[in-house]
Write a protein that binds this ligand. Structure first.
Ligand SMILES: CC(C)(COP(=O)(O)OP(=O)(O)OC[C@H]1O[C@@H](n2cnc3c(N)ncnc32)[C@H](O)[C@@H]1OP(=O)(O)O)[C@@H](O)C(=O)NCCC(=O)NCCS
Length: 189
């Protein structure tokens, strides 16, 4: 892969005044490999489905449907315009963790280029635009990639745990039965 450039964080859509399907993206042209993260649209469905695994089949269509109804936001990560990853922001007020980053996934071939950071950071900006001061996630304690990623982005463990709910995206065949809850303040950005 060539030189990687991140392109997010320059423009944050006003999520409260614009319906989901009208929101703009944070893409900008850069030289070298282009890493981009933005809200998914219906046009991304094929790309999203192409990166699903047996364990997550149908997930993208479900979450795009939920996004149209509100409370859920699908963030896509693209490398040179191609969908290579995604994550979901669950902003339901009745959810256990509000808001929650869920189902972060980058295809193996596109890892270690900054796409996980780009997706997560964009998703955080969406949460901040929605008015949240903090964001949460659950991660299995034996996830060797995600934990360093979250720590590098200033997430800290709350000390709480729950039964694992997102293991469908974890690479390992046998993932931990529990997830540690991590939190990040969105005030200091
Ligand atoms: C976790 C995951 C999303 C990371 O995606 P990614 O695009 O490779 O992440 P990035 O390139 O943005 O990595 C950023 C930093 O995270 C850390 N990191 C990422 N993968 C790592 C690994 N395998 N081992 C150690 N640290 C890792 C590093 O600090 C890295 O920075 P560096 O490459 O400069 O050293 C990806 O590995 C994945 O999809 N894993 C399977 C699904 C999963 O576990 N999702 C999380 C569920 S909670």
């Amino acid at each position: 892969m060539g030189k990687t450039r991140l392109c997010f964080g320059l423009f944050v859509p006003d999520l409260r005044s614009n319906p989901v399907h009208e929101r703009e993206t944070m893409a900008m042209p850069v030289q070298g490999t282009q890493i981009e993260a933005r809200l998914a649209t219906r046009d991304d469905l094929a790309g999203l489905e192409a990166i699903e695994t047996d364990r997550t089949e149908g997930l993208s269509a479900s979450y795009l449907n939920l996004q149209e109804k509100g409370d859920f936001y699908v963030v896509v990560g693209l490398v040179d315009g191609e969908v290579m990853g995604r994550a979901i922001l669950d902003a339901r007020t009745r959810n256990e963790l509000v808001p929650e980053l869920k189902l972060l996934w980058v295809v193996p071939a596109a890892r270690r280029q900054g796409l996980g950071v780009a997706i997560t950071s964009y998703l955080e900006s969406v949460a901040a635009q929605l008015g949240y001061d903090e964001i949460f996630l659950g991660v299995t304690p034996d996830n060797p990639a995600a934990i360093p990623l979250y720590i590098s982005l200033d997430y800290t463990p709350t000390g709480e745990h729950r039964s694992a709910v997102n293991v469908s995206v974890v690479d390992a065949e046998v993932a931990s039965a529990t997830e540690a809850i991590y939190r990040k303040s969105l005030r200091l950005r």
